[in-house]
Design a protein around this ligand. Structure first.
Ligand code: PLZ
Length: 446
């Protein structure tokens, strides 16, 4: 890890003068469609800290959207990627292959759930992995329909926009969308009309009924679900939902795809979130945390499904780039050495404890409607006090107050009312506590 002191430091307004200057250049040169949560320009980052160009040190509760689980300059990632960079940057695996790619696929076969024969294919982004999972499932089943869920997020390319639930900002004005994509209910416990305790059974029954009656199970190539829904609001499907959907997929020859792009690689305190209910997906998509910040993604799954696409049918110039593969091997090494699953579970314990206390201090829980998530994928859903009405304004205000004090937090959710916490798993407990202190103080500004 780079030698950034693991201490918050606020020297200027946030963003500071140098960031403001860069933001002006950015506005002139960068397309408006690319947004930023907090226009503070990074100078270096590592552990639980992002240092900006003005010398401020922010506590990082975002990990670049669940990417830098091992930190943004993890020693093993930097060492291995640097060595690879010096050897060669690229040959194209489709032209002349290299060992790193194969080794990442071997690690994926070991780490993902299930002891069946597995194979992988590597790509650059999460969206690309999801697209390829669909291609593979269609090639294997010779069917076309794809089933996704309310509040799901799978990317910004044409097919993955279609798979994604939320219109603004992801889809508005960008259609027409890919056909043969169908959306069904998910067991969102907090908002399930008959209560969280009924959500698992009722939502799975509804989803299966819709698939059977409206699409026909025999036409469905793949069912794709995030075992913990990320952008949609850190929704853990109520217990029983995922096993029932997985069972239905199996009974009907449908490829069950777990999109673990956000929830995977120790984020939830297990290698993959689907392990929580013993789910063994046919295919699993990974990205983000896999390579310590380098762009890499993968589809991993049953060898016979993965081999269904003909030679030359899958790939891309940069897919499984050697530097990114070296980074992934360094990240995986770090996860094992530092027991980042254990660290994630400890983060959950600390965060849920503190968030519960904050909630208890507010009358009727105040704006904190729900506290949820697993491991270092924790969120609070904010509502108008005493109701379940989403409060996006309070969410934005809280995030703003945290940012001003040097705590980087992210929001999410279909209704924009979820504050999510995704610290690097290597964050020190003092920084974690300090971040939670800042959040607690932020409630007073509401
Ligand atoms: N599947 C489950 O979480 C990416 C995107 C944020 P890419 N999530 C963060 C934004 O506004 O673009 C994501 C995900 C899940 C797929 C993706 C897509 O991964 O690497 O961004 O393409």
């Amino acid at each position: 890890m780079s030698d950034i002191p693991q201490e918050r430091r606020v020297l200027t307004a946030i963003p500071g003068p140098k960031s403001v200057e860069l933001q002006a250049r950015r506005t002139a040169a960068v397309a408006a469609g690319v947004g930023s949560t907090l226009p503070v320009f990074a100078a270096r980052a590592g552990g639980g800290i992002i240092e900006d160009v003005d010398g401020n040190r922010l506590i990082d509760f975002g990990s670049g959207i669940a990417v830098t689980s091992v930190g943004a300059s993890a020693e093993a990632v930097v060492r291995r990627a640097s060595a690879q960079l010096a050897d060669f940057t690229h040959t194209c695996f489709m032209v002349t292959p290299y060992e790193g790619y194969v080794e990442v696929c071997e690690r994926l076969a070991e780490l993902t759930p299930g002891d069946h024969a597995k194979k992988s294919a590597l790509f650059n982004s999460g969206a690309e992995a999801v697209e390829n999972a669909v291609k593979i499932a269609r090639a294997y089943t010779k069917r076309t329909a794809v089933v996704v869920f309310d509040h799901g997020y799978h990317g910004r390319t044409n097919l993955t926009m279609a798979l994604t639930a939320k219109n603004m900002p992801y889809k508005q004005g960008f259609g027409p969308f890919a056909p043969e994509v169908y959306r069904v209910p998910v067991a969102y416990g907090y908002r399930w009309p008959t209560g969280a305790e009924n959500a698992g059974a009722e939502a799975s029954a509804q989803a299966i009924d819709e698939i059977t009656k409206q699409i026909g199970a025999q036409n469905v190539a793949a069912i794709i679900i995030e075992p913990v829904l990320g952008e949609g609001g850190f929704i853990e499907p109520a217990k029983g939902f995922l096993p029932e959907i997985a069972r239905f997929a199996k009974d009907n020859g449908i490829v069950f795809v777990a999109d673990e792009i956000q929830s995977g690689f120790c984020r939830t305190g297990q290698w993959f979130a689907c392990e929580d209910e013993g789910i063994v997906p046919d295919l699993i998509t990974t990205a983000k945390g896999i390579a310590g910040g380098l762009p890499l993604s993968a589809v991993t799954g049953r060898a016979e499904i993965m081999d269904a696409a003909h030679s030359g049918g899958l790939g891309g110039t940069y897919g499984g780039n050697p530097v990114a593969c070296a980074g992934a091997l360094g990240a995986i090494e770090t996860m094992i050495e530092l027991d980042l699953n254990g660290k994630a579970r400890r983060i959950e314990e600390v965060m849920k404890g503190r968030l519960g206390e904050m909630r208890a201090k507010l009358p009727n829980g105040g704006v904190i409607g729900d506290i949820r998530g697993r491991g270092a994928m924790i969120a609070i859903e904010l509502v108008k006090s005493g109701t379940k009405e989403p409060d996006a304004a309070a969410t934005a205000a809280l995030a703003k107050a945290c940012h001003a004090e040097g705590l980087l937090v992210l929001t999410c959710g279909t209704y924009g009312n979820v504050l999510r916490f995704l610290p690097p798993l290597v964050i020190g407990e003092d920084l974690l506590d300090e971040g939670l202190d800042i959040l607690e103080q932020a409630f007073a500004t509401l």
